[in-house]
Design a protein around this ligand. Structure first.
Ligand SMILES: Cc1ncc(COP(=O)(O)O)c(C=O)c1O
Length: 457
């Protein structure tokens, strides 16, 4: 087919399931979700009628306070914890920061735990979201020691390696529930068991340093069981932006007794950990969105997970069979029901995103957050893959409005986009090739590429 025929395709006349405008195909639900109309409806009264300050003693204040209390109750029920163990934050980023910095400073500041000469040691998985990665980097600069727990070739944390990394001064282990790029779901129960064993061993040996278990659940919400007690989590983060709720609202579960130093200082709201007037409509929206996501996730028959898994696997099968040199990233089954992440060799992921956008298809490379830079995905590199696999990774994330017709349309357009990009690509890689072949091709893209002792930038 000539380029011309391809360009002529007019998707504007095709009514796909894209949220809101109904034109084109939106496959970036892991980046952002449209708001569920029921969520919007639940939030509405709190913008105009019930606008009061929840700290006020009069009726308008009490109405707002009641809404917060009800929302906290709903969330505590779903997370199987006490209401007093939930604090509201402005999204996952803030909740993760409060958890990591709050615990680190509380532990380091408590001389009774006698960490020794340093400030102590924490472990995070190698594929954490940049929130946790960069928080750990910042903690390192404050004197804490950080280890990265490696993952296997399919992106699952290696439990034996994790066990080996735990030291007598380790006070925190942070492993995300589900990865935002490749969708792998981590074995939280097994990690929880390891932490329990460490606690018992410490008790027996007279080491009274506590060890806490933190997990970023931002991507798992709406797809996975959120019971915080089963894996024995001490700190757990959820947010509204990926579950058809409002953005910039999240919640942090803090198990009773877990020491957390405040990061913000002010009026003392949210148990003195998140001072500032609460965002009442967003809190109401978060609880409603979570309630709806839970109800849709796994009803006795069918449900959104079942539908999405079928659609996901159909899509993956078509991608790897119809587009040569396409490799699935992440585990085939232990992955989020809506996540499809592939490396399509000999192309640049960003170029594919832009070409697809020209055909009203919205997807992302790696994570939505790393698309602000052109650094290769640390997640794909952590799988033991070369830079080229990281640079050619594409993330398609499906959602409530995604249909088989959408996938079929993408499979009509994408092979042609790939063929075009390969025509102009300087790269030519074999599927099983482990070494980078053309490092110079990545120079100047923000990536620091080191091959055979030579650095390219
Ligand atoms: C796993 C994970 N953690 C944290 C975040 C940050 O969320 P927010 O931007 O809502 O703070 C994201 C966003 O994509 C995410 O996927």
């Amino acid at each position: 087919m000539s380029d011309n025929t391809f360009k002529k395709k007019d998707v504007k006349r095709v009514n796909f399931s894209r949220p809101n405008d109904g034109v084109g195909v939106y496959l970036d639900y892991a980046g952002a979700t449209p708001m569920d109309p029921e969520v919007k409806h639940a939030m509405e009264p709190y913008f105009e009628d019930k606008f009061g300050n929840p700290a006020a003693l009069y009726r308008d204040g009490r109405l707002a306070k009641d809404a917060i209390d009800e929302s906290r109750k709903t969330i505590a029920r779903i997370l199987n914890c006490r209401e007093s163990e939930i604090i509201f934050t402005a999204g996952s980023t803030e909740a993760d920061n409060i958890a990591l910095f709050g615990v680190a400073e509380a532990v380091a500041g408590n001389r009774a735990w006698g960490i020794g000469n340093g400030n102590g040691h924490l472990i995070i998985s190698a594929i954490e979201h940049h929130v946790v990665l960069n928080s750990a980097e910042a903690l390192k600069r404050k004197g804490f020691e950080v280890s990265l727990a490696p993952v296997d070739a399919e992106g699952i944390v290696n439990l034996d390696e994790l066990k080996k990394l735990i030291r007598s001064d380790t006070f925190l282990v942070s492993v995300m529930y589900a990865n935002n790029e490749i969708g792998t779901i981590q074995p939280l129960y097994e990690i929880g068991k390891i932490i329990k064993q460490v606690r018992e061993a410490r008790k027996a040996s007279g080491n009274n340093l506590p060890i806490y278990f933190h997990s970023d659940g931002a991507q798992a919400v709406g797809a996975c069981d959120l019971d915080t007690q089963k894996p024995g989590l001490d700190l757990f983060v959820i947010s509204g932006s990926k579950i058809y709720g409002p953005k910039a609202i999240g919640a942090l579960y803090i198990r009773r007794g877990t020491p957390v130093r405040p990061m913000f200082f002010g009026g003392g709201q949210e148990n003195n950990l998140r001072s500032g007037t609460e965002n009442v409509p967003a809190i109401v929206g978060l609880a409603k969105a979570l309630e709806l996501a839970e109800a849709k996730r796994n009803p006795p028959t069918g449900g959104e997970n079942t539908r999405l898994i079928k659609l996901r696997d159909y899509f993956i099968k078509r991608l790897v069979t119809e587009i040569p040199k396409t490799i699935l990233n992440g585990h085939a089954t232990r992955r989020l029901p809506n996540n499809v992440n592939v490396s399509i060799l000999d192309i640049e992921g960003e170029a594919a995103v832009l070409y697809l956008d020209a055909h009203s298809i919205s997807i992302s490379t790696g994570s939505a957050c790393t698309s602000l830079t052109l650094d290769p995905s640390h997640v794909i590199l952590a799988l033991g893959r070369p830079y080229e696999h990281a640079h050619s990774s594409l993330r398609f994330s499906l959602g409530r409005k995604t249909t088989k017709e959408d996938i079929d349309y993408v499979m009509e357009v994408l092979p042609q986009v790939i063929a075009r990009l390969r025509q102009i690509s300087p790269l030519n890689m074999k599927v099983d090739q482990k070494e980078i072949s053309h490092p110079e091709a990545f120079a100047g893209q923000g990536a620091r590429v080191k091959v055979g002792g030579q650095k390219y930038k």
